[in-house]
Design a protein around this ligand. Structure first.
Ligand SMILES: [Zn+2]
Length: 380
């Protein structure tokens, strides 16, 4: 068995290591993102008897792969895949001093997602140490870079990493097994008018007024139509007009207006499909607006078959009768898009992620470690 103290000690060490995603560091900051964490864990895994390699996903940023090979030939693989980066906060240095009080560990990354890192690696090392490794399943701990920003690590792994029958992506799910979450499509719409002097508005065409009608239709008709679609774990898709920008000053008829739209999608919906239905909606209402090209990657929805044998084994180890859906993104969709069935699982609660006093309960951390170990032992 992995001892509770080995997971706790590993988590305390991890919190003390800086790991802010470089995308959130000020320009010129010399800190090196999650590289220090990857190096530390690589050494830790090697001492524990795992075969370690690094996979460069972006310059200076490498995923960590630590393998436990089976006793026989490799017939399938399972990935334990938490991310190594964290978000930053102004009081960052304070959060790098982990505290342990009242059954909790507090510090940046405690729940998102160094708790998962510690639980997954401790459980795998316990299996490695026990001498009874799985007969035909190779288990790879994959520490992924850049989850909090562009998911570069999981996108790279999906293209270049070894195939697997299941990836357990580490995020704080309160030890639920997550098989679904919504996707997200960000779009911009633009209306064009004709500028004129504010004293003679009839000589122009007001782009803000045109957009006001578009917003109204999106927030009423379109939003209502989305409510008629539903997914058993995720509910209905949604639309939100999140920003509007148009015109320059009161005495000029505005020539241009732009809105941004956040459209949360269900499995089966695509960005192209969303664009098509909005175009049709505007046409029906005789409104004219054009899509602008927004260079933001859409996040795909996740839907993994809860009936897959390995998913069922994980549910049994976690004593969960059914899988659940969540509302946040993670590395699971990029891995799933690359053909690796993926679920999300880990100790801690997403409600504490990214907060100023991020914490994880030690009981959850220990239980998560025990569940993962039980699952892996079941692969023997
Ligand atoms: Zn996370």
């Amino acid at each position: 068995m992995a001892t509770a103290s080995s997971t706790v000690r590993l988590l305390l060490d991890l919190i003390a290591l800086p790991s802010v995603n470089p995308a959130f560091l000020p320009a010129g900051d010399a800190r090196t993102g999650e590289a220090g964490v990857a190096a530390f864990l690589g050494e830790y895994a090697r001492r524990g008897g795992l075969a370690v390699e690094f996979q460069e996903a972006a310059p200076g940023r490498s995923n960590l792969l630590a393998r436990l090979t089976p006793s026989g030939p490799v017939k399938q693989r399972v990935l334990l895949a938490p991310h190594l980066d964290t978000v930053g906060l102004p009081a960052l240095d304070l959060l790098l001093r982990p505290k342990m009080t009242k059954g909790r560990i507090t510090g940046r990354g405690a729940c998102d997602t160094k708790g998962c890192v510690a639980a997954m690696l401790s459980a795998l090392l316990a299996v490695a140490k026990s001498g009874t490794r799985p007969t035909e399943t190779e288990i790879i701990f994959v520490g992924l870079v850049d989850e909090e920003n562009g998911q570069t690590g999981s996108r790279h792994y999906a293209q270049h990493g070894p195939r697997a029958a299941l990836a357990i992506v580490g995020e704080p799910t309160r030890l639920e097994v997550v098989t679904a979450h919504k996707g997200d499509v960000w779009l911009q719409l633009k209306t064009l008018g004709r500028s004129a002097h504010g004293a003679t508005p009839h000589l122009g065409r007001n782009a803000v007024h045109a957009m006001a009608r578009v917003v109204e239709v999106l927030e009423t008709d379109y939003a209502a139509s989305l409510k008629s679609r539903s997914h058993p774990l995720l509910g209905s898709p949604t639309v939100n007009v999140g920003s509007i920008r148009g015109g320059t000053q009161p005495n000029i008829v505005p020539a241009e207006c732009v809105i941004s739209i956040d459209r949360r999608t269900l499995p089966g919906e695509s960005e192209a499909g969303v664009r098509r239905e909005i175009t049709a909606l505007l046409r029906r209402h005789k409104l004219k607006a054009e899509f602008e090209n927004l260079r933001l990657a859409a996040c795909h929805p996740l839907e993994t078959d809860p009936g897959l044998p390995l998913v069922q084994s994980l549910c049994r180890a976690a004593e969960r009768k059914r899988t659940v859906g969540v509302h946040y993104f993670c590395d699971a969709p990029p891995l799933a898009a690359g053909g690796i069935p993926s679920v999300v699982f880990g100790p801690g609660d997403i409600a504490q992620a990214h907060t100023a006093d991020e914490w994880i309960s030690i009981a959850s951390l220990e239980r998560g470690t025990a569940i993962l170990e039980k699952f892996m032992r079941g692969l023997a």
